[in-house]
Design a protein around this ligand. Structure first.
Ligand SMILES: [Zn+2]
Length: 177
């Protein structure tokens, strides 16, 4: 499986949505949601402000996936959602991605397409990597989630700033002792 690129663009989008909707200080305004779609190569131009509530609900729905304590819990959650979200996998070939899979029925609204793609990409991710690529930020006091789509896959923080803050604190603690 290719970890980076279009095939897994739903993974990063899911993490960004969960953070926007559920983390402290997250911005789940319609403009912020539109930006998440644009940054992750979804059809952001089709986003209507009236879609925002559907996206917010989906962000809350996906949060437990990132908090799952075991692969079994994550599987149960995803399997439940795979029964609820309308699926109709088909091939599509359009710019800028070339030939690739679409998962929602062809005439679906954007929120349904987003649900189907993020769900399938998260399912593919745990098939390949279990829960080693997703989680809640390891920094003290941070409730943001992360999804690691890098090749190395050693990420434990939501951002560089949380990683640096934690490393500096650990360094100071070591120096004191
Ligand atoms: Zn963090």
């Amino acid at each position: 499986m290719r970890i980076t690129g279009y095939k897994s663009h739903g993974v990063a989008a899911a993490a960004a949505l969960v953070n926007a909707v559920t983390s402290t200080g997250g911005d789940d305004s319609a403009d912020a949601l539109r930006r998440i779609l644009r940054d992750n190569e979804f059809f952001w131009r089709q986003f209507r402000d009236g879609d925002a509530d559907d996206f917010r609900a989906w962000g809350r729905t996906l949060r437990p996936f990132f908090e799952a304590a075991s692969v079994e819990d994550a599987m149960a959650l995803l399997n439940g959602l795979l029964l609820q979200v309308p699926m109709h996998p088909h091939l599509a070939d359009h710019e800028p991605h070339g030939l690739h899979m679409h998962y929602a029925p062809p005439s679906s609204r954007l929120p349904d397409r987003f649900r189907a793609t993020t769900l399938m990409n998260l399912a593919e991710l745990i098939v390949e990597h279990g829960l080693t690529r997703t989680g809640v930020c390891a920094a003290d006091g941070c409730d943001r989630v992360y999804a690691d789509t890098s090749r190395a896959g050693r990420r434990r923080f939501c951002s560089e700033s949380c990683a640096n803050r934690t490393n500096v604190a650990a360094f100071r603690a070591r120096r004191r002792t």
